[in-house]
Structures are given as C-alpha cells and as structure tokens.
Design a protein. Structure first.
Length: 201
C-alpha cells in the first residue's frame, strides 16, 4: 500500500491556448467485475483534433483501468487501491461522515478499520462517463455491489453514485477529489423536495 505522494503541480494549462474539452468515454453499457465486459468507446473525432482525441481516449482508458483496479481491491478488503490513487491533498465526501476529509493521512486513518472486513464478490460499474480536459479529468459512474449469503447465493447489495476528479502529473493520474453518495436509498424513497427541507406540515 502506497501512502503520501509528492504534492501535484496545479498548473493545468498547455502551451497551446486552444481549449480542448471533449467527451472522451461514455459507456453505453456497463462493466461487470465478473464477466469483464467493456462498454464501447465513442470518442468525438474531427480531422484537426486527431492527436488530441487519441490522447483523450488513452487518458480515459487509463482512468477507468485505475478505478476498476481500486474497486477490485476494495471488494477483497483492501482499500490500498484507492489510497494509491489519492493525491497528497485529496478531499473526500461520503454519506457516513459529518464533514469533508482532507489529506492523504486522514484518508489512511479513515480506511484503516475497513482492512480485511469488506467483501464484494462482484460489482457492476454502470454508466461510466469520463471527460478529459488537458491535465484534468472527471469520472462519474453508478456502482452496484453484489453480496453472497452463506450458501453462496448472490443478491444485490449497496448502490452508489461516484464522482472523482483526477489530475495528471507527468504521466500519472491521481485522484484529487472523491465523492460517494447512495443511489435511491430506501430511507429516502418517499422523500420530496418539500419534506427534505422541512416545508411540509
């Protein structure tokens, strides 16, 4: 498990001033951790942006590979995959904490009790979507985890929304922000905008 990395360079500009912002990868299907099914890559290509498009597609593929690798390890009780992705100054939200977590050491402390206690035999990464702009990238997806009972029968476990902001330092992509939230959690199924703000009697 790797821990604090050198602080990233925050400069994200390129010598070329033209802003290249394209949808780099938008899966039409899903990624199943058991079947290893990859969705179709659909880059937007124009003749005068071919080199940029190749770079964007390659970056998107790298980011998805890194994220899936971290999820694979998480399902085996090893949060080290995510810790290795996190930059020194990572910021983090999830619905189980009262305030944002700041910094790699704080994330190491937060994940330590999880080591060896999580088991996700299979997951699906649904609707993965990567946008790359220079040295910055945004990854969003839905995560569906599966669990098994003592007889080995599989059932749906937790459902999550995930948003991660990546920054490239040299040839390495690091996560600088990660945000997890529940997808249609049962506790909120009957909640309306009014009740969520306490506006209904």
């Amino acid at each position: 498990m790797s821990f604090p990395h050198a602080p990233p360079n925050r400069s994200v500009g390129r010598e070329r001033r033209e802003r290249v912002s394209q949808l780099a990868w938008c899966g039409g299907g899903s990624f199943d951790s058991r079947r290893r099914v990859n969705s179709t890559v659909r880059p937007h290509i124009s003749e005068n942006q071919m080199n940029d498009t190749v770079d964007i597609q390659t970056s998107a593929d790298q980011i998805l590979m890194l994220e899936r690798g971290a999820l694979d390890r998480w399902g085996k009780g090893d949060p080290g995959g995510f810790l290795e992705l996190y930059a020194t100054d990572i910021t983090y939200f999830d619905p189980l904490i009262a305030a944002r977590i700041d910094g790699h050491q704080a994330m190491d402390d937060y994940y330590r009790p999880c080591i060896g206690k999580i088991r996700v035999p299979r997951y699906e990464m649904l609707n993965p979507h990567v946008i790359v702009d220079g040295n910055m990238a945004l990854l969003t997806y839905n995560l569906l985890n599966y669990i098994e009972d003592t007889d080995g029968l599989e059932s749906v476990g937790t459902r999550w929304n995930s948003t991660s902001v990546y920054q490239r330092v040299g040839d390495i992509w690091k996560t600088i922000h990660s945000h997890w939230s529940f997808t249609q959690h049962p506790a909120f199924q009957n909640m309306t905008p009014e009740t969520s703000e306490g506006l209904e009697a």
